[in-house]
Design a protein around this ligand. Structure first.
Ligand SMILES: [Cu+2]
Length: 129
C-alpha cells in the first residue's frame, strides 16, 4: 500500500465515521423528540352523569395507555359515591354537582364502577382496548 492510498483510506474512514456520528446524533434527537411527545400526551376526557341513580352512559369504551379524565355529574338531588375498586377511586358527589376523577393509563380489560349509595341501580363498566 503506497503512502498516498493509505492516507486516502484514512480520510475515507474519518469521513465515514463523522457521517455515522451525525446520523446517530440525528436518530438520538428523533428518539428524544418522540419520547417527549409521548410523555406529554393529552389525557382522554369522558363525561358520565348520574340520573335517577343510574349512570349515563353505563358502558364506556376507552383507549389503553392514556391517562383518563372522568367528569362525573350528579344530576340527582341526593349525593352519590362514585366508586371503583378496580380503578382505585371513590368520591362523594353532592346532589346537583360535579367532580373530576383522574385515572392512570389503563391496561386492556374490563373495569366495573358503581354508586355506593344505590348499588342496585348505579352500576357501570369500562372496557379498555
Ligand atoms: Cu365507598
Amino acid at each position: 500500500m503506497s503512502t498516498s492510498s493509505y492516507s486516502r483510506n484514512v480520510a475515507r474512514f474519518r469521513s465515514f465515521f463523522s457521517a455515522s456520528a451525525v446520523a446517530l446524533f440525528a436518530l438520538g434527537g428523533v428518539w428524544i423528540g418522540t419520547f417527549e411527545v409521548q410523555a406529554t400526551e393529552e389525557e382522554h376526557a369522558v363525561e358520565i352523569s348520574i340520573k335517577d341513580h343510574k349512570f349515563e352512559p353505563d358502558a364506556l369504551k376507552l383507549p389503553t395507555g392514556k391517562p383518563i379524565k372522568i367528569s362525573i355529574k350528579n344530576l340527582d338531588a341526593t349525593p352519590e359515591e362514585f366508586e371503583s375498586y378496580e380503578l382505585g377511586f371513590e368520591k362523594v358527589i353532592a346532589g346537583n354537582s360535579e367532580a373530576i376523577i383522574r385515572v392512570k393509563p389503563l391496561k386492556p380489560g374490563t373495569y366495573m364502577f358503581f354508586g355506593e349509595y344505590h348499588q342496585d341501580t348505579a352500576l357501570g363498566h369500562i372496557v379498555a382496548e
